[in-house]
Design a protein around this ligand. Structure first.
Ligand SMILES: [Zn+2]
Length: 205
């Protein structure tokens, strides 16, 4: 693996992360039916714990765009926005599955960013506001009990998308590899956190 110019740490050719944090081993491929369009706030890019790039790498039909302003897709009527129910904003959550997905694949639009950044993307791109919205049905409690106690708003982009795609396609089995990807990614983050704690202890000695 060649070191990049400038003496920086070598990065992986696959995921573009420093080699120690390479997540290529976490990729579990899924041949998704509903397509995925991830719109990522630039502030989210480069976040080591972000899951959007891994999610894109796992799916055969996925696109990741980074920016604040995005062009409306030509087939806008085939797009659904993953967005939580927002009482009082006048939008009605789309029924699930929405609409008959078997005729032609839909595209699920996911906003990758904090709650505040996602809201900003929504306001800065009026076409997003015209889309039918999909809110997640409550996930099985057991799944989350063994994972982490995370609230609806803390769910990662990968987890939220895995649930939404399974919901839209009515096919949870197809998207099981995404949960393995998430488990491997969490394990990697823990290893990295442990390694950096060891380093701090060594320095303190
Ligand atoms: Zn990698």
């Amino acid at each position: 693996m060649p070191a990049p110019p400038g003496g920086r740490r070598p990065v992986c050719d696959g995921c573009r992360r420093p080699l120690a944090g390479c997540w290529c081993g976490c990729i579990h491929r899924v041949d998704n039916f509903t397509r995925l369009l991830i719109l990522q706030d630039p502030d989210e890019q480069g976040q080591a714990k972000g899951t959007a790039a891994l999610l894109r790498a796992c799916l055969t039909q996925a696109e990741l765009r980074v920016g604040r302003h995005f062009d409306s897709p030509v087939d806008l009527d085939r797009h659904v926005l993953l967005y939580p129910d927002t009482p009082g904003d006048g939008k009605v959550a789309a029924p699930s599955p929405w609409p008959p997905a078997r005729i032609a694949p839909l595209s699920l639009v996911v906003l990758d960013g904090t709650w505040r950044r996602s809201l900003r993307l929504l306001h800065q791109n009026p076409w997003l506001q015209t889309l039918p919205r999909l809110a997640l049905a409550a996930p099985p409690a057991s799944r989350y009990a063994i994972r982490r106690a995370r609230s609806e708003h803390q769910r990662s982009t990968l987890e939220a998308s895995a649930l939404a795609l399974a919901q839209l396609d009515g096919d949870a089995v197809r998207y099981e590899p995404l949960w393995r990807a998430m488990d491997d990614f969490i394990a990697l983050q823990r290893r990295l956190a442990g390694a950096s704690a060891d380093t701090r202890r060594d320095v303190a000695r």
